[in-house]
Design a protein around this ligand. Sequence first.
Ligand SMILES: [Zn+2]
Length: 100
Amino acid sequence: MKLEVLRCAACGTTLFPARYLCPACGGAQWTKQAVAHGTVLAATVVSHRVGTSEPGAVHLASVRTDAGPVVIARLDVAARKGETVSLEVDEESRILARAL
Ligand SMILES: [Zn+2]
């Protein structure tokens, strides 16, 4: 699935995740905007996860989407700061990033 952020119909501010009211103008009408790419701001790896027996490290990154909002995305491999990635959402609503 495509990742979608919300754009305020009144002022154009983009948000993710959704809110009831726009923090910039107080507007409450939104349009959805698909986002396909972003830039890695920071990355980390989670080696030990509480409450799961699933083995293996999980790579995570803060990604500035091309539409503006920052999302936390999961990657198959370590990401580097400044790297451009593609973005999509899987069947469990997780945001996935892949290096281009
Ligand atoms: Zn607004």
